[in-house]
Structure formats: C-alpha cells, structure tokens
Design a binder for this molecule. Sequence first.
Ligand code: SF4
Length: 139
Amino acid sequence: MPTIPGICRFCSGGCGALFTVNKNEIVAVRGDPAHPVSQGALCPKAGPDCHRGQPGRVTRPLWRPAGAGEWREITWRQAIARLAARLKEARDAGWVHDDARTDGIAVFGSAAITNEESYLLAKFSRLLGSPYIEHQARV
Ligand code: SF4
C-alpha cells in the first residue's frame, strides 16, 4: 500500500504525517520522522478517522429559502453572490460612522487554521471594517 507524506489537518500544529492509503482511503497515519517540526511525533488526535472523508459531507452549495422545508442546490456563483450581498447588508446595517467600523460583523477563527490563515482572517476582518475578531484557541 502506498504511503504519502502530508500534514495532519486536525489542528494548526501542522505536524508531518505519513498516510498509508488503500483504494483511495486512508487506513493508517504515523508521524513523519523527516518532518522538521514534529520529527516523527503525532498526538493521539491524529488517527486515521479524523483524516477520512465523511460520506454525508456536503460538497455543493445548498440554499433553503425562508419558509421552505427542502434545501436546493445552487451554483457557486449564486452562493457567493448571496453571501456577498448579505455581508454587505450586515456591514452597512451596523456601520458606526464616527469610528469608521461596523458592529454588524464579527469574525471567529478556528483552532484548525494555520498562523498564515489567521493572518488572512484578521486582514479580512479589517477589510470589512470589523474590529471584532476572536480565535478558538482563546476559548
Ligand atoms: S492534531 Fe496532533 S498531530 Fe495533528 S497537527 Fe495537531 S498536534 Fe499535530
């Protein structure tokens, strides 16, 4: 069975992992001794289960109109346009003119994102005019 080097995706530690794959499925994970940071170590959270795809995972954007019981599949273009419009609405509704900021948006990061992604999240928050940014690591 092939072994593929990669990065554990469970948290922002970014430990180096060697994934053993059988029929496109991860069947084993072990630490990569050549990785400069983790040097072959993995914590107990990094088992193969957390790296497997989930069969019921949603892979296409879905939209449920107000009052409707069923979700409808929409295109990525439609989903992004809706998100952008709602984001602008929330930003404008909470805009504080004197401070040039919005109280309508808060940004919440994840313990699974890297330093670089956290940096981009902070930039995104400031771009929107929101000073409200938090990270799960502090919770
Ligand atoms: S979950 Fe454990 S092994 Fe995976 S990146 Fe985080 S600390 Fe490393």
